[in-house]
Design a protein around this ligand. Structure first.
Ligand code: NDP
Length: 337
């Protein structure tokens, strides 16, 4: 049983020394347990928080412990009355080949293994995040301009598409020409701006001639600096993630913009609200799942997965996620189907 464990906490960006591969015997299920074989592992930005011991909304992974993570697994052996060998389940086995479970938190998936990875992306945690953050906090109205960064990624790609389904104008922000082309040509956003362009703030302003009514915050940093002056009165800002700062070891260089932010919130009466998806919206997962499944069936939502082969490549892929190297929802194929 191979697993990836946390070797040391990174100072700044994680690197090759952050994780290490460990081997142990395949565990044996006891009465009431199932043995799960990991097929797909989800890699997500929140994992940067788990390898840090800074105080957060969740406990950090201990040094030497297996990295946590959402997984699609096959039940390899069952001594649990609710599960049978061969079933596909969504769970939280972490970065390893095999795991034991007493069934808590496991969700059975359909039989089609080709569709199973959707449970980690468009129909799973990232999709739910886009849906609730945009609709409950962002409340886009027809004709509004909705802006989202990391627009080709798991969450952002859905935010813009849902905004358009609600009659809003969707402006994406992404890293590089390929991602921007995809966001406009494939996902149907109205525009997409490359945040690495030297004149990014000017380009963003030009793409939002009527200002910004909803800014779905995925990244923070320089992107937020460019967004702030464009926010309209009564704009809504769901604060979902701040990935540009996840590897930061110090506050950003000045000038201090905190006063500017507070003044903008006050004078423009902006609503800015953070959320942690399952903590805040867990009971509404069913509503999301029904709606998103219908949109998918009707061809109204597109999504893209970036599949990396082999558990041993998970660390490198995760390091890349924090640098924008992924293109779509990042998943690791741990075992062939
Ligand atoms: P993505 O699939 O979008 O991948 C991350 C992307 O972030 C990269 O591809 C890159 O896109 C972008 N990025 C990385 N570094 C920077 C940077 N310095 N400046 C600007 N962009 C950067 O990830 P997810 O869709 O899974 O997550 C998006 C955000 O949502 C994250 O902040 C995550 O933490 C947050 N989140 C929050 C949840 C909650 O409950 N609050 C739940 C799920 C996600 P590009 O190359 O286009 O810049």
């Amino acid at each position: 049983n191979r697993s990836i464990v946390l070797q040391q906490r990174p100072h700044g960006a994680p690197d090759a020394d952050t994780f290490r591969l460990a081997e142990s015997p395949v565990p044996v299920p006891q009465e009431g347990q199932v043995l799960l074989r990991t097929l797909m592992l989800s890699l997500d930005p929140y994992m940067r928080g788990r390898i840090s011991d800074a105080k957060s909304y969740a406990e950090p992974v201990a040094i030497g412990a297996v990295m946590v993570g959402g997984t699609v697994s096959r039940v390899e052996a069952s001594r649990h009355p609710g599960f049978e060998a061969g079933q596909l389940v969504l769970g939280y086995s972490g970065w390893q080949d095999y795991a034991l479970s007493d069934g808590t938190g496991l969700n059975k998936l359909g039989d089609d293994v080709g569709l199973a990875s959707r449970a980690l992306g468009v129909l799973g945690m990232p999709g739910f995040t886009a849906y609730m953050g945009l609709l409950d906090i962002g409340q886009p109205q027809a004709g509004d301009t909705v802006v989202v960064a990391a627009a080709s990624g798991a969450v952002g790609s859905l935010v813009g598409q849902i905004a358009r389904l609600k009659g809003a104008r969707a402006v994406g922000i992404a890293g590089g020409a390929d991602k921007c082309r995809y966001v406009v040509d494939e996902l149907g956003f109205d525009a997409c701006i490359d945040h690495r362009a030297p004149d990014f703030p000017q380009q963003l302003a030009a793409a939002c001639p009527a200002g910004i009514d909803v800014y779905f915050e995925n990244v923070g940093g320089a992107v937020f600096d460019a967004v702030l002056p464009l926010l309209n009165a009564k704009a809504r800002v769901p604060v979902c993630g701040l990935i540009a700062d996840y590897n930061a070891t110090a506050l950003p260089p000045g000038p201090d913009r905190l006063g500017l932010l507070a003044r903008t919130i006050l004078t423009k009466r902006i609503k800015m609200q953070g959320f942690i998806i399952f903590d805040d919206y867990g009971p509404r997962y069913g509503e999301f799942l029904a709606q998103m499944s219908e949109w998918l069936k009707d061809g109204k939502i597109k999504f893209r997965e970036d599949v990396v082969d082999g558990l041993e490549h998970a660390p490198q892929a995760f390091v890349g996620l924090l640098q924008g190297k992924n293109f779509g929802k990042l998943v690791v194929r741990v075992a062939p189907n």
